[in-house]
Design a protein around this ligand. Structure first.
Ligand code: SF4
Length: 297
């Protein structure tokens, strides 16, 4: 593909994105399933254990009957990596992602959760002005394109937080803010949750980092040992709260805490929290150099 992808490739990607979106809504990634199973096996609260068993039954029924894991199709959020050597035109790819999302919504059909923030008009496509949300990265030397979809449920997205702490508040202030945000959310984000924390950057980058954090496989560890230590400390502090599954008491409020960080301004200490519910759905489409496609997580 020396001169870039042929037009038929974008049509194939549109179809694949439609399939990817529906699959992500039905098939929970194995890492999330394993984390839920581990939480159920160590849960000492009777109510907590019953809730986790009910969640597992929910997932099993979705598998057996090819149903959506949750009625909330969420806001479609995509993280796209375009390889330098892929031959992909990002403008055409953006159109393919939008059309694939719309096609899945019309043809499955799916509940459309996306409305205008002013008129509240719903196009019934799960798309709208600037939605789907698409975050782009360009990868030097790579021949591949990666499309990761996160259908982001509203119960958890409503529990999103940002604070410009003072540098003097330090990491202690960050920890306090994260724990208070998660515990203060109670049962609203459908715990047990994955907690995404953004640290540093500017206000906008900090929020994006928190979203990137929840897009990681559940329980994955930040390669920076300092950040990994913070993830572990926060996980323990949140679970010591005893808030538990659905906020009704128990050992597991969070399945994992993921922290993503960036450098920041000398006079700033920004922190963001984005929470992902137990239905931590995600799907990945990988497009190789010959146009071959593979769907995973
Ligand atoms: S927060 Fe998640 S589990 Fe709860 S209703 Fe929304 S999508 Fe479903």
């Amino acid at each position: 593909m020396e001169r870039g992808w042929p037009l038929e490739q974008y049509e194939a990607v549109t179809e694949a994105v439609a399939h990817l979106y529906v699959k992500a809504l039905k098939d929970l990634p194995p890492d999330v399933r394993a984390a839920l199973e581990a939480a159920r096996s160590r849960e000492s609260s009777g109510v907590g254990r019953t809730i986790l068993q009910t969640i597992e039954r929910n997932i099993a029924i979705a598998d057996e009957q090819s149903l959506l894991i949750c009625q909330d199709t969420g806001t479609p959020v995509y993280f796209v990596e375009v390889g330098e050597e892929s031959g992909c035109n990002p403008i055409r790819l953006e159109r393919a992602i939008r059309e694939g999302t719309e096609r899945a919504t019309r043809e499955h059909p799916l509940r459309s959760s996306v409305v205008s923030p002013i008129s509240r008009q719903n196009r019934q496509t799960n798309t709208g002005y600037r939605v789907p949300v698409i975050h782009w990265e360009f990868v030097a030397g790579s021949p591949n394109v990666e499309i990761l979809v996160i259908p982001k449920g509203s119960g958890s997205e409503n529990m999103s937080y940002f604070r410009m702490l003072l540098p003097a508040d330090g990491v202690a202030g960050v920890k306090r803010f994260v724990v208070e945000s998660v515990v203060g959310s109670g049962g609203n984000p459908c715990p047990p949750v994955i907690v995404g924390v953004g640290l540093g950057g500017s206000a906008d980058l900090c929020m994006l980092l928190a979203k990137k954090a929840i897009a990681r496989p559940c329980g994955s560890i930040n390669p920076d040992p300092e950040v990994a230590g913070l993830e572990q400390e926060l996980l323990e502090a949140i679970n010591q709260s005893g808030l538990g599954p659905m906020g009704l008491g128990g050992a597991t409020t969070a399945l994992a805490v993921h922290v993503e960080h960036a450098a920041t301004h000398i006079s700033q200490n920004p922190v963001a929290v984005n929470i992902q519910c137990w239905a931590a759905r995600r799907g990945r489409l990988t497009i190789g150099p010959e146009g071959e496609m593979a769907i995973g997580y």
